[in-house]
Write a protein that binds this ligand. Structure first.
Ligand SMILES: [Zn+2]
Length: 136
């Protein structure tokens, strides 16, 4: 086990989240690594010190002080940005519908030209299922 891995496992152990199999591997590493042993002891001291701290008493007006210190939201700017994005989205929608319509008309026109040309070269006229092209 490398020291980097051992450090993660030490942290998990102090949080009581380390599986027993990994705990055994960590103990093996701690027996032969003075660096990780001292790190483990430091973390234990730190955890004990933090647990001994009492909960701080916050002043009752703290919430009000924090809320007034926050920058105020500008509703009109947000509304303007929303309207602008809606206008851009509407423009994109109109352009895509227009482009789709144009492509559709153009494709339909090509189809009309194609069927008109084919009917003239069809051996049995417009209703024929056989399409034969021949040179005269
Ligand atoms: Zn180590």
């Amino acid at each position: 086990m490398r020291c980097h891995t051992a450090e993660h496992l030490i942290s998990q152990k102090l949080d009581n989240e380390l599986r027993p199999s990994l705990d055994a591997k960590l103990q093996k590493h701690l027996q032969r690594c003075p660096f990780c042993t001292s790190l483990y002891q430091e973390y234990q001291l730190l955890q004990t010190g933090l647990q001994q701290l009492s909960n701080p008493d916050f002043p009752p007006q703290l919430h009000h002080l924090v809320m007034t210190a926050l920058p105020k939201r500008n509703r009109s700017t947000e509304l303007r940005k929303f309207r602008l994005s809606m206008a851009a989205a509407s423009l994109c929608l109109v352009l895509s519908i227009t482009a789709g319509t144009l492509v559709g008309y153009r494709g339909y026109g090509d189809y009309q030209n194609l069927t008109e040309n084919e009917s003239s070269t069809t051996l049995f006229g417009e209703n024929s299922l056989m399409v034969v092209t021949y040179d005269e």
